[in-house]
Ligand binder design. Structure first.
Ligand SMILES: [Fe+2]
Length: 384
């Protein structure tokens, strides 16, 4: 990409953040998108006889709430719910936030249950950037309990505008502020979001936000997730598309096939591409081992790429000479050049070998899978 094109993209991102993603509210039709009802049904399906989401603190034992939260997060992977979230993004959020497709949405959404009178559960003020998210990522906050009345404001999320957030973060770094000092200083300048079911708040990775102690006597339940646009796909920092984000409009997750063949299976590691350079191989190895254990895959041996060789001769060797199935870290560990990448993957297919991409939970089994790999690589504009 040329410097001019890059500067133009930076300008477009900045304009978008200021115009639609600085704590802006968007409305959705609750009848069409009954997320609050979905959450209540899921809580009840887990065996908790709650009257209402706001009574969870009364109806669910304290030591079961964390487990319930995690179960609800896992439930957001349900294909029907996922379809509804993608429809919401397509019909409401993308138009309100002026997002351009292709888009990707966080794979598992965050569901949060904020109990009343729990100072230890207060989320300190932070920004997405400070948590490793890139500036090209957008955040959506969706309260499932009503926080519109002034008396309910302590249960809400507190936010600071984009410009002031940037100045305050710089100040906090410069002055080496403690969490207590930041809580005090940021808290003073923040405002509670007045929103409820049927509304979402759009904000950026640079808006400071956090909670205070919920003094409403009611439980607050909310969902939050992030969206990424392909045009800013290389501005996602440590959360690239494929793992944390799943592409929209790909027809949902394919049923997982259990490809079996008589070929040996090898694991393969390197630090030779931009995406793998910062992924220590011992951590990649953990991810590969967990993936294989979960699927009953036995690895015959491990291949390690020759360190200074960006042309990945060892991977080519696996594809052409060894004729082995390969378990590797990510599609972003493949060659960056599209033509080279395609030839390599076709070499695997010609041997009827399967390539497993652990980070994306994706498998190259036949020619149809090539499009999935390419869609991910193109989204992140791999190699730019
Ligand atoms: Fe956050």
């Amino acid at each position: 990409m040329t410097d001019t094109a890059r500067a133009e993209l930076d300008r477009a991102l900045e304009a978008s953040l200021r115009s639609a993603w600085d704590g802006h509210l968007a409305r959705y039709d609750e009848a069409r998108f009954p997320f609050a009802r979905w959450a209540l049904e899921r809580v009840r399906a887990r065996g908790w006889e709650v009257e209402d989401l706001t009574t969870i603190h009364r109806d669910v034992p304290l030591d079961a709430v964390y487990g319930l939260t995690k179960a609800l997060c896992a439930d957001t992977r349900d294909p029907a719910l996922r379809g509804l979230v993608e429809d919401l993004v397509r019909e409401v959020i993308a138009p309100a936030g002026e997002l351009e497709p292709p888009l990707a949405v966080q794979r598992a959404l965050n569901v949060r249950i904020m109990l009343p009178d729990r100072p230890q559960a207060v989320f300190p003020f932070h920004t997405g950037l400070l948590y490793g998210h890139g500036p090209g990522s957008r955040s959506v906050w969706m309260p499932l309990t009503d926080l519109r009345a002034a008396r309910d404001e302590t249960a809400s999320m507190y936010i600071i505008g984009l410009e002031r957030s940037r100045a305050l973060v710089q100040q906090a770094v410069r002055e080496r502020l403690s969490v207590a000092e930041m809580t005090e200083r940021f808290g003073r300048e923040s405002r509670p979001l007045r929103a409820g079911p049927g509304e979402v708040v759009l904000f950026s990775q640079e808006n400071l936000h956090g909670n205070v102690v919920n003094r409403t006597g009611k439980t607050r339940v909310s969902v939050d997730f992030r969206i990424a646009e392909a045009r800013f796909g290389d501005r996602l920092a440590h959360k690239p598309v494929g793992g944390y984000f799943a592409l929209m409009d790909r027809g949902g997750p394919r049923p997982e096939r259990a490809p079996t063949n008589a070929l040996p299976t090898v694991s393969y590691l390197h630090n030779a591409t931009p995406a793998t350079a910062g992924a220590p191989v011992h951590l990649q190895r953990y991810m590969l081992a967990e993936y294989c254990a979960a699927r009953g895959i036995t690895v015959d041996f491990e291949l390690f790429e020759l360190d200074a060789m960006k042309h990945l001769p060892t991977l080519w060797h696996a594809a052409t000479t060894l004729a082995a199935n390969v378990v590797m870290y990510s599609v972003f560990a493949l060659p960056e050049a599209p033509e080279e990448r395609r030839r390599l993957l076709e070499a695997f297919l010609a041997q009827r070998a399967v390539v497993h991409f652990v980070n994306e939970d994706l498998r190259l089994v036949d020619a149809a899978d090539l499009a999935d790999v390419e869609a991910l690589c193109a989204f992140a504009r791999y190699g730019v």
